[in-house]
Write a protein that binds this ligand. Structure first.
Ligand SMILES: *Cc1c(COP(=O)(O)O)cnc(C)c1O
Length: 235
């Protein structure tokens, strides 16, 4: 099968499953945005995705993301929205904000200030999601803020001139039934949105659990391998 057909088949299947999960939850399928995670896949795949109607792509590493975006611009794919979904060091955050349209992985105030600086340099507003951790406290490699930190973080984003607070992002722990994790997330999100009704995006769900995330209210799902296939192994 040629690559385009392979990607088109994966995309069709995931789009159908998103629509079915939304309908089952009594939601409008158009309220769920598919972010195709293209990390480790070449710009030529991103180009095919754009041709197949994908509007949003996700990358998790700098500077690979910047390089790929530049290649895609050369293909003429100028309308794609680029989501940065990975952890970042604060000394890279300004650079990330110089090309990302949405930064989903904001979990500390230090990043907010650096992102704002990068967005100012580009004179372009950046949408921000606060990453909330669903892991138990103290877990190794834990990323994301505690719920108790969200309001301080949200205030910092509000105070930053070029950042727009859009909502929350989370990743389900590997060793827990995602239904339980996403139920907790739905409660965190309900409390957050009660205080900040304008920040109603919820980015949750990956290839293995996006239908569960949609049932729990996700407005954005981040799907990679179910569309593009298994990622080449990390060197
Ligand atoms: C890689 C990644 C995804 C996509 O994972 P798949 O299992 O390939 O769908 C989603 N979210 C984040 C934060 C990721 O790093």
């Amino acid at each position: 099968m040629i690559r385009r057909d392979e990607i088109a088949a994966g995309l069709d299947d995931v789009r159908r499953r998103i629509a079915r999960a939304a309908q089952a939850a009594g939601r409008d399928p158009d309220d769920v945005t598919l972010v195709v995670v293209t990390k480790f896949f070449p710009a030529s795949d991103v180009h095919l995705l754009a041709e197949l109607g994908v509007t949003d792509v996700g990358e998790n590493r700098h500077p690979e993301a910047a390089d790929k975006l530049a290649e895609c611009r050369a293909y003429g794919d100028v309308a794609l929205r680029w989501h940065f979904i990975g952890g970042m060091q604060s000394n890279k955050a300004a650079a990330v904000a110089s090309y990302a349209d949405v930064v989903e992985s904001v979990d500390r105030v230090k990043l907010v200030n650096a992102l704002d600086r990068g967005a100012h340099q580009r004179s372009h507003e950046v949408d921000v999601l606060l990453q909330v951790s669903l892991d138990p406290p103290g877990r190794e490699g834990r990323s994301g803020a505690d719920e108790s930190e969200l309001s301080t973080l949200a205030d910092a984003v509000d105070a930053a001139g070029m950042l727009r607070l859009r909502g929350l992002m989370a990743i389900a722990p590997l060793d827990e039934d995602p239904r339980h994790a996403f139920d907790r997330l739905a409660e965190v999100r309900a409390r957050f949105v009660a205080a900040r009704p304008e920040a109603s995006w919820l980015s949750a769900g990956m290839s293995n659990d996006f239908e569960t995330a949609i049932a729990a209210g996700a407005t954005h799902v981040r799907v990679g391998s179910a569309i593009l296939g298994a990622r080449p192994s990390i060197k």
